[in-house]
Write a protein that binds this ligand. Structure first.
Ligand code: IPE
Ligand code: IPE
Ligand code: MG
Length: 255
């Protein structure tokens, strides 16, 4: 996130199509429980949804997709569910990385990885290195991620590395250390599963993101549902603090 791309420092040039979609994939547990299946079956089905959403984003030319897979608060869940989620994450990493690479996808993980098993950390590193030069779609998984963790780690890095006096510190001095600094701020945020909250996801980066909530549970979220979210986005007027009149004027002078 550079000064030019900060929605606070300048009015970003936005297009009718979202460049960055960020999603809270919620509702896996309820999907499984409504079928009298264990919660992990919902998470497994959720991986299938991830495949479909990646494909749909590629077909539509969305350059950045960020998915919230495990929050810094999800460690509060029962150990059994955490263990199954970690196993599923490792299996998905091992099975999918080559396919992501073949499709020209750049794979990244953001979050505090220090708590993960060494096998998972190793698979993430292999995947990130293998796909680093790809540019068809940047696909980021937020794992053990929390918006407050992100801001705190950025503050710590900035204080350790910057020679600026604290009084001179500007937004961009901090923003460059945020976990998603390589991506523009999300244009469209989607949360499935009927909950209307951010759950400590991208607190800094969502400043001017358009928010879309659906009751559809993540395992049922398909290409059509994604299309509905994009259509809703396309009907929004992104004012970034200005009035509607100013926006109409800007459009008419642009020609
Ligand atoms: C989201 O689904 C996946 C993770 C948080 C890992 P949930 O597991 O939160 O599903 P619900 O909300 O209990 O239905
Ligand atoms: C948010 O979902 C985190 C992820 C999707 C990874 P949760 O289901 O954990 O969120 P809360 O606890 O209902 O807010
Ligand atoms: Mg949930």
């Amino acid at each position: 996130m550079t000064q030019e791309s900060s929605s606070i420092q300048a009015i970003p040039k936005t297009e009718n199509f979202p460049k960055h979609i960020a999603i809270i994939m919620d509702g896996n547990g309820r999907w499984a429980q409504s079928r009298f299946m264990p919660r992990i079956s919902g998470h497994k089905q959720g991986v299938e949804t991830v495949r479909g959403v990646i494909k749909a984003c590629m077909e539509r030319g969305v350059p950045y997709l960020t998915l919230f897979a495990f929050s810094s608060e999800n460690w509060r869940r029962p150990n059994e569910e955490i263990d199954s989620l970690m196993q599923l994450f490792l299996t998905a990493l091992e099975q999918e990385i080559t396919k992501l690479h073949e499709n020209g996808i750049c794979f990244k993980v953001v979050g505090d990885l220090s708590k993960f098993d060494s096998k998972i950390i190793e698979s993430i590193q292999i995947g990130e290195q293998l796909t680093a030069e790809n540019n068809r779609l940047t696909f980021t998984v937020a794992a053990n991620y929390g918006g407050r963790w992100d801001i705190m780690q950025a503050v710590r890095k900035m204080l350790a590395q910057s020679s600026e006096l604290p009084l001179n510190i500007q937004e961009e001095s901090l923003a460059q250390y945020l976990a998603l600094s390589y991506a523009p701020e999300p244009d469209l945020f989607i949360r499935t599963g009927g909950e209307y909250r951010i759950s400590n996801f991208l607190l800094w980066q969502l400043a001017y993101t358009e928010l879309y909530f659906t009751n559809t549970l993540w395992p049922d979220f398909d290409e059509h549902e994604l299309e509905l979210a994009i259509q809703s986005y396309q009907q929004r007027e992104r004012r970034f603090g200005r009035t509607s009149e100013q926006i109409r004027m800007a459009i008419s002078t642009e020609g």
